[in-house]
Design a binder for this molecule. Structure first.
Ligand code: SF4
Length: 231
């Protein structure tokens, strides 16, 4: 299917209708990846409450915040649905930590990317294998890198369509939706954490600071991305 053809099928529809269309077009080959961030919780709510046939998965890097596991638990309890968990290859993690210690990512961008590759990018590739459509919680205003994307894309490297249902939403839109629908969310959001990843690599940001500036805050150059959404 061509990008234009798919885009035409989604035009004029609500987010729920778009997700439903994609679930039909890519039956059995459509996946949503959640890190339990506030945007992801909106999408999870839409998928689960509409019983959409979309596989929901998460990547457990082994370095997540306790608060992230709490929202994971609250979510499966509330919706009574399964979220498939993907762990990194244990041999690779053992080798990494044995050779370089538990905080190698602070030493260089190369080391940071190595850890993200082992704990996130490779497990994500495993989850995406055989999939034809990938749903994510990316919003345009999260970063300059993300503003250059569009809500529906074809990823030529991963060879699948990517759809970001909340692409045009503001952070306030997301917060309002979460409150209106009483959706569980990560308690860290109320403590100044906007974008939440692994515990050692995430910190709170001050009002007005860039949305992703709390991620890998010690790095001053290059995109604030783990590699999952880089082409
Ligand atoms: Fe490793 Fe930090 Fe990347 Fe998590 S965010 S995978 S701990 S470098």
């Amino acid at each position: 299917m061509k990008l234009k053809e798919l885009s035409d099928q989604l035009t004029g529809k609500t987010i729920e209708e778009r997700l439903e269309t994609l679930a039909t077009v890519f039956k059995g080959k459509i996946i949503f990846t959640t890190s339990f961030g506030i945007e992801d919780q909106v999408i999870t709510h839409k998928i689960f409450t509409n019983n959409l046939d979309i596989k929901v998965i998460t990547l457990d890097t082994g370095r997540l915040f306790p608060e992230t596991y709490e929202v994971f638990s609250d979510t499966i309890l509330k919706y009574k649905k399964k979220i498939n968990v993907y762990f990194p290859d244990y041999l690779s993690v053992e080798e990494l930590v044995t050779e370089k210690g538990p905080y190698s990512f602070f030493d260089s961008r190369e080391n940071r990317e190595e850890c993200c590759k082992i704990r996130k990018v490779i497990p994500l590739s495993r989850a995406l294998a055989g999939m034809e459509c990938w749903i994510s919680g990316i919003r345009a205003s999260q970063s300059d890198n993300r503003a250059n994307m569009s809500d529906l894309e074809y990823d030529t490297d991963k060879k699948l369509f990517k759809f970001h249902p909340l692409f045009d939403w503001t952070f306030e839109d997301v917060e309002n939706y979460i409150k209106e629908h009483n959706i569980p969310y990560n308690a860290l959001h109320d403590k100044g954490y906007l974008s939440i990843g692994c515990e050692p690599c995430t910190r709170a940001v001050l009002k007005g600071q860039d949305f992703r500036s709390g991620r890998w805050w010690w790095e001053n150059d290059g995109p604030k991305e783990c590699g999952c959404h880089l082409k």
